[in-house]
Design a protein around this ligand. Structure first.
Ligand SMILES: NC(=O)c1ccc[n+]([C@@H]2O[C@H](COP(=O)([O-])OP(=O)(O)OC[C@H]3O[C@@H](n4cnc5c(N)ncnc54)[C@H](OP(=O)(O)O)[C@@H]3O)[C@@H](O)[C@H]2O)c1
Length: 382
């Protein structure tokens, strides 16, 4: 990938969320390096308005109805407006920090417009990996991983071919319920599940971290991005979240990526197109950190990763969409108090068990599978 000295023309999707606001902090570290052309959010019009004031040259787009009913006339509204802006401006780089399946259509659009895609929205690759990769190739665009583990893998690879890799290891913090057994999880509350020990993130990914569905999605995301090496992709628990991924090469060397748990590190790397650009960060001090520890995943209590391995047997089909849609509905039901924490596993397992996969070869097929799964899973929730 080549870099130029002219500023990177940037779109930040999900600008009001955890990833979006941190991306704007990274932009503020080196304002001359970027021209923020598009800011897009879901429904938080107040925060989007503040962001637009800081980037007055940008087009601000609210995709959903405003949360407070206020519709500033400096905004554009609706998903169609965002599609049009991506098409008209053809920015250099689109950071997709939208949460959930809603992000997919914009990932695809960005690549179809020839924009490089800094991808935090893991749901895009879980549901439509093949479609996105072929759109990237057809339009000469690149997918730059923002998820910390995948960005870490990319950095460990550092240009080495995937064929030189023997094994990839993803690390997981273990979430707030690490070490708990199944019986203790029956009555956990959303407050307990949202209290992530090392990362501050949006509600959906926080619950997914507590169930370990987040790591399950990341396993699929890693296979889509880097393929499956001979010795496979392993997941281990590393509660301190300092090592984000390890790549073992066929010559016996393993390279790991380390940093304090701070999403601005992978966001900075992706926004600067993998170039090492100075920024603000807390230096890693391994002596004061003390012990770094590692454990195996308790798959009996947290069966999400094993479910992902089932989904991977149907790679390239609608199974990934069903996996994600069932989890989105189940997490929503848990957060609204309509179902319990352990029910999330039951709903997702049933959804994939009952699904007859078909090739996920168009956005229409994928959207249909998504909608059908949502209807089905909702009907199982009392
Ligand atoms: N947070 C992290 O540390 C982290 C790390 C790795 C990967 N990720 C991934 O990054 C993505 C975002 O996570 P997050 O934690 O930043 O989530 P978040 O804090 O909940 O933010 C989500 C963003 O998406 C917007 N949004 C929600 N629904 C939308 C829709 N239908 N159309 C358009 N925009 C919509 C929200 O807008 P409003 O708030 O204005 O409604 C908000 O800006 C997820 O896919 C997650 O898995 C996050």
């Amino acid at each position: 990938m080549t870099t130029s000295h002219s500023p990177t023309r940037l779109a930040i999707l999900g600008s009001t969320g955890s990833i979006g606001t941190q991306a704007l902090q990274v932009v503020a570290e080196n304002p001359e390096a970027f021209e923020v052309c598009i800011l897009a959010a879901g429904s938080n019009s107040e925060q989007l308005q503040q962001q637009q004031q800081q980037h007055p040259q940008s087009r601000a787009i609210l995709v959903l109805s405003p949360r407070d009913g206020d519709k500033p006339d400096t905004f554009e509204h609706g998903s169609e407006a965002l599609h049009e802006a991506l098409e008209e401006l053809k920015v250099d780089l689109v950071l997709n920090g939208i949460t959930g399946f809603a992000g997919l259509e914009f990932s695809l659009k960005a690549l179809q417009c020839g924009s490089n895609l800094a991808l935090a929205n893991k749901e895009s690759l879980v549901t439509a990996g093949a479609l996105l990769k072929s759109a990237a190739i057809q339009n000469g665009a690149e997918i730059l991983p923002v998820d910390s583990e995948h960005n870490a893998i990319q950095q460990c690879l550092n240009g080495h071919k995937e064929t030189t890799v023997s094994k990839i290891t993803l690390t997981a913090s273990g979430g707030p319920f690490r070490g708990w057994d199944r019986s203790r999880l029956t009555d956990v509350t959303s407050e307990q599940a949202l209290a992530h020990p090392t990362w501050k993130m949006g509600p959906r990914i926080s619950i997914d971290s507590a169930t370990m569905f987040n790591k399950a999605f990341e396993l699929i995301e890693a296979v889509e991005l880097f393929g499956e090496p001979d010795q496979g992709i392993d997941v281990i628990v590393h509660p301190q979240s300092v090592i984000h991924a390890i790549v073992e090469f066929k010559d016996g060397s393993s390279i790991a990526h380390l940093s304090e748990p701070d999403m601005r590190v992978p966001i900075r790397n992706a926004l600067h197109l993998l170039q090492r650009t100075p920024g603000n960060f807390q230096p890693l001090n391994l002596v004061s950190r003390g012990e770094l520890t590692f454990e195996t995943v308790d798959h009996k209590t947290f069966p999400a990763i094993e479910l992902a391995r089932e989904v991977l047997k149907h790679s390239g089909t609608t199974m990934g969409t069903v996996f994600n849609a069932a989890d989105e509905v189940a997490v929503h039901a848990f957060l609204s108090g309509d179902s319990g924490f352990l029910t999330i596993y039951d709903l997702v397992a049933r959804a994939i068990d009952e699904h007859e996969p078909v090739p996920a070869d168009s956005l229409e097929v994928i959207c249909e599978a998504d909608q059908e799964t949502r209807n089905r899973v909702r009907s199982w929730i009392p």
